[in-house]
Design a binder for this molecule. Structure first.
Ligand code: GDP
Length: 301
């Protein structure tokens, strides 16, 4: 069934954390995602990330070991809450960005509330420390009121002072994400099963037809798999990563663009791989019929 790793403890393997960046408008979420994308590239990927597919993975060293982090490439809590509303939780850790020259604002509080309601640990990135009037200590104080207490005040939330614009301390932020994941979460999945996960974004491409970026949460997704996402189904014909390179296999926490759906899945739809094309089609058609019935019932109200 969806949402569970098959097998037992021994089948579970460590997987990278999946991170969503949230915070008040203009506090630098988009800029931060850009900077991370540019400053830290995959081993052997000299060119850097070349296309926006809705999520990307970066590599960083922690205690001498290379580790991966997956970032959802849409800032803000809309995608986060849309997925939660559909029963999918894609995010393991929330990075809450607060501009050091502006402080805690309404959407900062909203973002904190969403993360806390979902039980997702928070890392606070105090951004724009390059600006005159930046006061990172004041932000630390303000946030204690919301249950985010920095380690230096006796709490267990990691705060990192950064400048997304100047690229300051991005490594420190990545390290804080990994340390938080290691301390608070047990991120493991079974790669040896049929893939399951969530569609992050999808659209109709003129040349390629329906294109969906999916995040694999457990199992391994392969070219040739029969897949169903919401009321869309198909056969994975091609998979492309954020480097615009073809890949044949995607393991847990890897985002990948899938070509081969016969229609466009919804963002936030969960997906699963099934044994046969026929099964995928049947599940999708049953869901489509149910959706139509629900819509008609809604109209009659
Ligand atoms: P978002 O609405 O949270 O996605 O904010 P943006 O990333 O669009 O940033 C809003 C503005 O703040 C843009 O003009 C950015 O260039 C600027 N900005 C972002 N980060 C920094 C920073 O670290 N320092 C300075 N000085 N400006 C920044």
């Amino acid at each position: 069934s969806y949402g569970e790793d098959s097998g037992d403890e021994d089948d579970l393997q460590a997987r990278p954390p999946v991170v969503t960046v949230m915070g008040h408008v203009d506090h630098g979420k988009t800029r931060l995602l850009d900077t991370i994308r540019k400053t830290t590239v995959h081993e052997g990927e000299a060119g850097g990330i070349t296309q926006h597919i809705g999520a990307y993975q970066v590599a960083t060293a922690l205690e001498g070991r290379e580790r991966l982090i997956t970032f959802i490439d849409t800032p803000g809590h809309e995608a986060f809450t849309a997925m939660r509303a559909r029963g999918a939780q894609a995010t393991d850790i929330a990075v809450i960005v607060v501009a050091a020259d502006d402080g805690v604002m309404p959407q900062t509080v909203e973002a904190i509330n969403h993360a806390q309601a979902a039980g997702v640990p928070v890392v606070v990135a105090i951004n724009k420390i390059d600006k005159e009037g930046a006061n990172p200590q004041k932000i630390r104080q303000q946030l204690t009121e919301y249950g985010l207490v920095a380690e230096e005040y006796g709490g267990d939330t990691m705060f990192v002072d950064i400048s997304a614009k100047q690229g300051t301390n991005i490594d420190g932020l990545l390290e804080a994400i990994l340390l938080t994941a290691d301390a608070a979460l047990d991120l493991r999945a079974n790669p040896d099963m049929e893939a399951q996960g969530v569609a992050i974004e999808a659209h109709l491409d003129r040349g390629r037809g329906p294109v969906a970026t999916v995040l694999v949460q457990r199992g391994t997704l392969r070219v040739g798999d029969s897949i169903v996402a919401g009321d869309a189904y198909g056969r994975v014909r091609r998979m492309v990563d954020e480097f615009n390179e073809d890949i044949t296999e995607a393991t847990p926490s890897r985002p990948v663009q899938v070509i081969g759906f016969t229609s466009v899945p919804g963002a936030g739809d969960t997906f699963l791989v099934v044994e046969e094309d026929r099964t995928a089609r049947q599940i999708a058609e049953r869901r489509a019929a149910r959706n139509r019935a629900a819509q008609n019932a809604q109209k009659r109200k």
